[in-house]
Design a protein around this ligand. Structure first.
Ligand code: FMN
Length: 168
């Protein structure tokens, strides 16, 4: 699958096969893709929490109501920002950097045959604070990415809209 095919066919998946765990080697490839993302001044202001534990997924579903797909997803990767690492260099870019890392996970997972769903956490303080406690981190949980073999096949969509583009 080339990059454009992955981008154009990716859809959010909210129903996963429960008989297909994600091997550690595939997780490693997704994390590598995440950490290959561009970041402001190459500060790489992120860290990742890999969740396979059913109990932790249950706690996340309670703290973040729109993550109910974790009931079937065998894996969640939480992308967390570390604003302090770029404080004196290029402050404030970390949400963009972490967003690029999230998208790289989505596309690497697609290439490996997995479905994903990006679930937003930051900038909602009432989601960030409980998530920091659940994950036992001081970094800022930006997004929970559900990952697993898809058990649904939403059709690809096309969104090129020339009215949103200005050519100068
Ligand atoms: C920042 C962000 C937050 C999102 N949060 C959630 C979420 O909490 N739960 C969910 O089911 N989907 C979430 N989504 C997925 C969007 O609903 C989805 O990407 C959008 O409807 C487009 O559908 P597609 O991904 O299938 O193309 C989020 C996506 C983004 C980029």
């Amino acid at each position: 699958m080339n990059t454009l095919e992955a981008i154009k066919s990716r859809r959010s998946i909210r129903k996963y096969r429960t008989d297909a765990p994600v091997p550690r080697e595939d997780i490693r490839q997704m994390l590598e893709a995440a950490m290959m993302a561009p970041s402001a001044c190459n500060t790489r202001p992120w860290e990742f929490v890999v969740i396979e534990s059913r109990e932790v997924k249950e706690r996340i579903m309670k703290a973040m109501p729109y993550t109910q797909m974790l009931r079937t997803a065998p894996l969640a990767i939480v992308v967390c920002g570390r604003p302090e690492v770029q404080e004196n260099i290029c402050p404030g870019f970390w949400p963009q950097d972490c967003g690029a890392a999230v998208e790289n996970i989505l596309l690497a997972a697609k290439e490996l045959g997995y479905g994903t769903c990006w679930c937003g956490c930051y900038p909602l303080a009432h989601r960030v604070e409980p998530m920091q406690k659940i994950l036992d981190v001081e970094s800022v949980p930006l997004a929970v990415v559900a990952v697993g073999r898809p058990d649904e096949e939403p059709a690809a969509r096309g969104y090129l809209d020339e009215s949103r583009v200005k050519y100068l």
